[in-house]
Design a protein around this ligand. Structure first.
Ligand code: EPU
Length: 455
């Protein structure tokens, strides 16, 4: 498969017949069958950026064909990195030997809706002494500021200038290792620190780091490149800067968000889906919750089977949190399944202040979901005394019926799709292009599972 060529962000992700922006879904059919998940979106894009730090080419395997990978491919190419398909399937070769500055307008045009450009800062400052970051996109699930990123970059010695269309950064001298403590274990900021500290002069100590499996895999990649990184107890990470890094050969860990999304689709539609490539280790928290709701799991070395065993589902009290807690990205698909559970479920979202926008469409489809500003069912979180509706009470089971829906963001959009597949009658789901950002060939997978829909 010619991953690099096909993953250009301006080309279709799959068969052209699959690119219509609206799906007309005829719901009420249990999804049954097998799908395959490849490398995690939230790791692959970061590993691609890490290749910029090396002096030799890198080889990344298990790369999914998703729009986010295409965007990062485009951005790397703009900076002189040669990205080409490897010899095996789903494999990318990344050659950073001719890294150069890119034109601001080109970066702006290529960044699209991705938030990945912010992670180019450290590598570009090391390679070129400067970087430009356009205004960032990403899902509309809260303010999504970049203040932590800019704070840590300044602490390494970078000079940060806000410009009308983005942020210009300079490194007047070599970046210096430093002692840092994050106000919150932010995934992106932890990655920012890793990607910057590995080639800074001296030691960097990071406290309150995020320790998501995708971050551990990024640390594994950096270690292969020659970095010296230790992860201690209590979210403490120590990075000893080195003068140069080589390339890496690495197989990406599987996408645990996509796997959980299909699992929730099985539960919500009363189906039975085997997710090849899903791995137990990174999904333990999800698997516990799936079982508590009443789903059945069958774990094998090469995948996990998720099914609705019949009978009624149970309501639960749940709180999203950083790893090893229940991922915020699992919350949206699970809420759809909870509309089919008996009684009141309480879901407290503690990672993003605004991640329940997608529930409006579910209510239009007949779900009973109420949102609250209070921290319900768990410990008070940082959104508690502010004006954010970040707790949800889902009352079930409710029959869902078809509706016209607009996809709001990546995970919310997939959740709408699950709701439409579970609902009686026909739904029009508009804006499905957004789902390509993170779900590889999802329409082919729907076909394989027996979903009924028109394009
Ligand atoms: N935050 C700040 N300031 C910052 C950075 C973060 O206040 O400078 C706040 C955020 O607003 C949020 C919290 O910290 O409330 C956590 O954000 P984090 O930095 O951890 O998120 P991220 O790195 O921007 C990644 C994933 C998200 C996933 C989160 C949490 C990527 C590209 N994105 O985002 O994935 O939800 O971590 O696990 O890795 C998705 O895949 O759909 C997605 C949104």
């Amino acid at each position: 498969m010619e991953v690099a060529r096909r993953l250009r962000h301006d080309e279709p992700m799959s068969d052209p017949a699959h690119t219509s922006d609206t799906l007309v879904v005829h719901g009420g059919v249990p999804l049954r069958g097998t799908v395959t998940v490849r490398g995690a979106k939230n790791f692959v894009s970061k590993a691609m950026v890490a290749s910029l730090l090396g002096e030799q080419p890198s080889r990344l395997m298990n790369v999914p064909e998703i729009r986010d990978v295409a965007v990062v491919t485009g951005l790397l190419e703009l900076h002189g990195v040669e990205v080409s398909p490897g010899t095996g399937p789903c494999e990318l070769l990344l050659d950073p030997r001719n890294v150069e500055s890119a034109h601001v307008a080109d970066i702006d045009a290529h960044a699209g809706s991705s938030r990945i450009p912010i992670l180019f800062c450290g590598p570009l400052l090391h390679r070129l002494g400067e970087a430009f970051i356009p205004d960032l996109g990403g899902c509309r699930i809260g303010d999504r500021p970049i203040n932590y990123h800019l704070d840590v970059l300044r602490r390494f010695g970078a000079v940060v200038d806000k410009m009308p269309h983005g942020i210009a950064l300079r490194a007047p001298t070599r970046l210096q290792g430093t002692k840092l403590e994050l106000p919150y274990p932010s995934v992106g900021t932890t990655e920012q620190v890793l990607l910057t500290a590995v080639r800074a002069e001296g030691v960097t100590e990071l406290r309150n780091a995020a320790i998501e499996p995708e971050i551990m895999d990024l640390i594994a990649v950096l270690q292969k490149m020659g970095a010296i990184i230790s992860v201690d107890t209590d979210r403490a990470v120590k990075i000893e800067g080195v003068d140069r890094l080589s390339g890496f050969t690495h197989r990406a860990l599987p996408d645990r968000i996509e796997a959980a999304s299909w699992a929730c689709a099985a539960l919500a539609t009363g189906g039975d889906i085997t997710v090849d490539g899903a791995r137990q280790l990174e999904m333990m928290t999800f698997l516990n919750v799936f079982r508590k709701v009443g789903g059945a799991i069958d774990i094998a070395d090469d995948g996990i089977r998720f099914s609705h065993p019949g009978g009624s589902l149970e309501s639960i009290v749940l709180e999203t949190a950083v790893h090893p807690g229940f991922m915020t990205d699992w919350q949206q698909p699970l809420v759809v399944a909870l509309t089919q559970a008996n009684g009141l479920s309480i879901v407290h979202e503690t990672v993003y202040e605004n991640r329940f926008g997608f529930t409006r469409a579910l209510r239009d489809m007949g779900a009973q979901i109420q949102l609250y500003r209070e921290c319900l069912g768990g410990l008070p979180c940082r959104f508690g005394l502010r004006n954010f509706r970040h707790s949800a009470v889902v009352s079930g089971p409710t029959k869902l019926h078809g509706a016209d829906i607009e996809v709001p963001d990546l995970r919310g959009g997939f959740s709408h799709l699950i709701a439409a597949l579970a609902a009686e009658g026909t739904s029009r789901v508009r804006g499905i292009g957004l789902i390509d950002r993170g779900y590889e060939h999802f329409q082919d997978k729907l076909d394989a599972l027996g979903a009924r829909y028109d394009r």
